[in-house]
Design a protein around this ligand. Structure first.
Ligand code: ZN
Length: 106
């Protein structure tokens, strides 16, 4: 079983993907890494090996973009909000046991 972790890095990261060996460039912020080898993982391999973590990275990136836009405008553009909603939907879709409205996870 492949164990991946999320790591917050203030700098971009480059190197071969720890799973497929293809060159990968990870932008600053949340990044997927192999636990044991401490090597970056490309988004394609991340979606296959750990779909929830990969979707969480996408959600965090979308939220960061919307927050940056929101700093300069009263309301972010609809396209940015739709991108954020799509990323949130992707993340919740990866949950093995999605919560229903009104249900609490205990
Ligand atoms: Zn890969």
């Amino acid at each position: 079983m492949t164990h991946l972790v999320l790591q917050h890095n203030p700098d971009a990261c480059t190197g071969p993907c720890g799973l497929c060996g293809q060159p990968v460039i990870l932008s600053q912020g949340l990044q997927l890494f192999l636990v044991d080898k401490r090597r970056p993982v490309c988004s394609c391999c991340g979606r296959t090996a750990a779909p929830a973590l990969a979707a969480l990275v996408g959600l965090a990136c979308a939220a960061e973009r919307v927050a940056k836009i929101g700093q300069h405008t009263v309301s972010p553009p609809l396209s940015a909000l739709l991108e954020l909603a799509r990323a949130a939907e992707n993340y919740t879709g990866t949950s093995p046991c999605p919560l229903r409205v009104g249900e609490r996870g205990v």
